[in-house]
Design a protein around this ligand. Structure first.
Ligand SMILES: NC(=O)c1ccc[n+]([C@@H]2O[C@H](COP(=O)([O-])OP(=O)(O)OC[C@H]3O[C@@H](n4cnc5c(N)ncnc54)[C@H](OP(=O)(O)O)[C@@H]3O)[C@@H](O)[C@H]2O)c1
Length: 334
């Protein structure tokens, strides 16, 4: 099937991409750092490639070494990235600058693959209009609301500026599944009997189960389509209460509902950010996080996925959460 290089292979989505590649008989190269965990990369068929994206020169060195060994990548999934960072500049350094360094090195070494998939995010576009509640469309102008989304959009803009580079941009909405650590906090809180909401306005959410996402990415990779972007969700819409109800049902738990008025969360986020800012760091609850948590419309267009790749999600939230919670329990996370 050819060689595929998956960067950020040690992370949540990356480790599932590696498994999907192996399942589809690709020769899989896992792009990792020296410090990366290999906990989910134990299959003996995995080839490891240590990569340092901090300069074009360092990547060129790695790619030249590959060339000498006769290794060429037909496909690259550039999935390495940060979804949260302690300092503002880290978002742009890792998500935007590193992507640019990587692509420049590929061009410089003549190692441009047949397809380069950039793992972006719905955050690069930003939420939809809260007044019309219409889903965001690929033809709309992106308006990211926080640093993470802005840094992903900056990487996208660089990619779009390239002439005849064979890119595909994938913009998943919230990805959940086994090994995931952010939604996990929600599942853990629910399992402890606490159901917390921010504000009283209903929030429309979209999700994609990690196994559906990686299947879609490999289907997109095999297709002849290049130079297009896609939002990815399971095609359904949920609200925060539905997410909680599904989780409660699966956990078989009764919960205590607590709603914190959004104005309190907003002021708290602002205050924490000011304090942490004195040390040049960002707290977990910050004004960006507040904007994401309080946005009411995370609907996105998904018809192009079905049209171009025949994609239909196998997992809706109920099925995906059940499998995820089973995994958390089997691993004693819950
Ligand atoms: N999770 C979601 O809901 C979601 C939604 C949309 C898009 N995405 C995108 O999907 C990708 C993977 O996200 P994830 O949720 O799987 O995150 P994750 O579990 O935190 O994994 C991130 C991966 O990127 C690597 N990485 C981070 N900084 C790096 C650097 N400076 N140099 C090289 N590698 C670096 C990490 O390596 P180490 O293990 O060495 O730290 C790890 O392998 C990201 O690009 C993210 O923006 C995620």
């Amino acid at each position: 099937m050819g060689n595929v290089l998956i960067t950020g292979a040690s992370g949540f989505i990356g480790s599932f991409l590696v498994e999907e590649g192996l399942k589809n008989d690709y020769k899989v190269y896992a792009g990792i750092r020296k410090s990366s965990s290999r906990e989910y990369l134990k299959d003996p068929r995995i080839n490891f490639l240590e990569m340092d994206f901090s300069s074009v020169e360092k990547i060129v060195e790695t790619l030249e070494a590959c060339k000498i060994l006769g290794i060429r990548f037909q496909y690259i999934i550039h999935n390495a990235g940060v979804t949260k960072a302690g300092r503002k500049e880290d978002y742009f350094r890792v998500n935007a600058q590193n992507t640019q360094n990587f692509i420049q090195a590929l061009i410089q070494t003549g190692m441009v693959p047949e397809k380069f998939i950039y793992m972006s995010s719905l955050a690069a576009h930003g939420p939809g209009d809260p007044a019309t509640m219409l889903p965001v469309m690929l033809a709309d102008t992106p308006k990211p609301i926080e640093l993470y989304g802005k840094s992903k959009l900056e990487a996208e803009k660089y990619i779009l500026s390239l002439e005849s580079f064979p890119w595909l941009i994938i913009r998943p909405t919230g990805v959940y599944g086994p090994r995931e650590k952010d939604y996990y906090v929600f599942f853990k809180t629910m399992s402890r009997g606490m159901e917390t909401y921010i504000g009283y306005r209903p929030q429309i959410l979209t999700f994609i189960y990690v196994k559906d996402l990686v299947r879609l990415i490999f289907d997109a990779m095999k297709s002849p389509i290049v130079r297009r972007a896609y939002f990815v969700s399971d095609g359904k819409e949920y609200d925060t209460k539905m997410f909680a109800a599904i989780t409660k049902r699966i956990l078989k738990k009764k919960t205590l509902k607590i709603t914190v008025p959004s104005v309190i969360v907003k002021h708290l986020a602002f205050g924490l950010e000011k304090i942490f800012g004195l040390w040049g760091t960002i707290p977990t609850l910050n004004t960006d996080k507040y904007k994401v948590l309080s946005s009411t419309n995370w609907r996105c267009e998904t018809e192009p996925l079905q049209r171009d790749f025949g994609f239909v999600a196998e997992y809706d939230l109920e099925k995906g959460v059940a499998e995820t919670i089973d995994w958390y329990k089997s691993e004693h996370w819950l």
